[in-house]
Design a protein around this ligand. Structure first.
Ligand SMILES: NC(=O)C1=CN([C@@H]2O[C@H](COP(=O)(O)OP(=O)(O)OC[C@H]3O[C@@H](n4cnc5c(N)ncnc54)[C@H](O)[C@@H]3O)[C@@H](O)[C@H]2O)C=CC1
Ligand SMILES: CC(=O)C(C)=O
Length: 257
């Protein structure tokens, strides 16, 4: 059987890097996507040093044509396309009274439009290749419950859950599954930036900023990116074949339903 191919957007650092490394370990050839190649090349080296296969593809996920081109390049280089992980995202702090049109356009063009372009490009690839696939979208615990100071971001992540449900219904007939993962408070550059900004806005420390978000984690520890990668590996693999339209919360017990 030929090697399955997964694409991970925002794969140069944080959660995306951990997902790419884990999927490569699970046997996927992994296309690593971000706007610049430098960090992606470092992740590629790590994957190859561990015996895996990776391809670096640069694209801005907010640009539809670049995402489609990235998927085509991946098929040309790796020969197939099976899993799309729409992970890239941005999270500026946006207290409600300060939100600007530029903030909304910036956050929505990457988090929401970027996910839609990723879904469209993956679906076009599955159709072209004549087989179904798996689409996995990054939402957040902040897309399940509104988080203070994150109007633009939190609302964009609510949208991702909605898009996941809609597209899961649309593509189910073809056998393609569409799910989302909702991390909690993960030790990545994004989360450290948020903690810093929230702390600074309140005239307090970064640690105070972090605790604003982390104080209600039932398991009483911040998340490692690998905690999230473990869940995405499940959604990318055959054990999740009968699951679609769902959001898997990977937050150490922050939100309960
Ligand atoms: N860190 C956390 O605590 C949480 C993160 N998440 C979500 O998980 C995902 C990954 O987050 P982190 O690893 O923490 O973020 P991060 O900021 O550390 O990494 C995000 C990656 O996305 C890339 N990216 C941003 N805009 C892009 C664009 N237009 N085109 C291509 N790549 C782009 C960045 O270059 C970076 O490599 C995001 O969707 C985020 O919203 C969700 C819940 C919690
Ligand atoms: C960044 C994020 O998704 C949070 C705070 O849940």
């Amino acid at each position: 059987m030929s090697q399955k191919v997964a694409m991970v957007t925002g794969a140069g650092q944080g959660i995306g890097e951990a997902i790419a490394i884990r999927l490569a370990k699970d046997g996927f050839a992994v296309a690593l996507v971000a706007r610049h190649a430098d960090k992606l090349n470092e992740v590629k080296d790590k994957i190859e040093a561990a015996g895996g296969k990776a391809l670096v593809v640069t694209a801005d996920v907010s640009k539809r044509d670049e995402v489609f081109k990235a998927v085509d390049q991946t098929i040309d280089a790796l020969g197939d396309f099976n899993v799309m992980v729409n992970n890239a995202g941005v999270a500026p702090t946006t207290p409600i009274d300060t939100v600007t049109e530029d903030d909304l356009n910036y956050v929505y063009s990457i988090n929401v439009n970027g996910t839609i372009w990723g879904i469209q490009a993956a679906h076009a690839a599955f159709k072209k290749l004549g087989h179904p696939g798996k689409i996995i979208n990054a939402t957040s615990q902040a897309g399940v419950v509104g988080n203070p100071n994150l109007t633009a971001y939190s609302s964009s992540k609510f949208a991702i859950r909605g898009i996941t449900q809609v597209v899961a219904r649309e593509l189910a007939e073809e056998g393609t599954t569409v799910n989302a993962f909702a991390p909690g408070i993960v030790k990545t550059p994004m989360m450290f930036d948020i903690a810093h900004q929230v702390g600074q806005n309140a005239g307090k420390s970064d640690e105070w900023g972090m605790q604003t978000f982390a104080k209600d984690i039932a398991l009483k520890r911040l998340s490692e990116p690998e905690d999230v990668a473990n869940a995405v590996a499940f959604l990318a693999g055959p054990d999740s074949n009968y699951i679609t339209g769902q959001t898997l919360e990977v937050d150490g017990g922050m939100q309960f339903h």
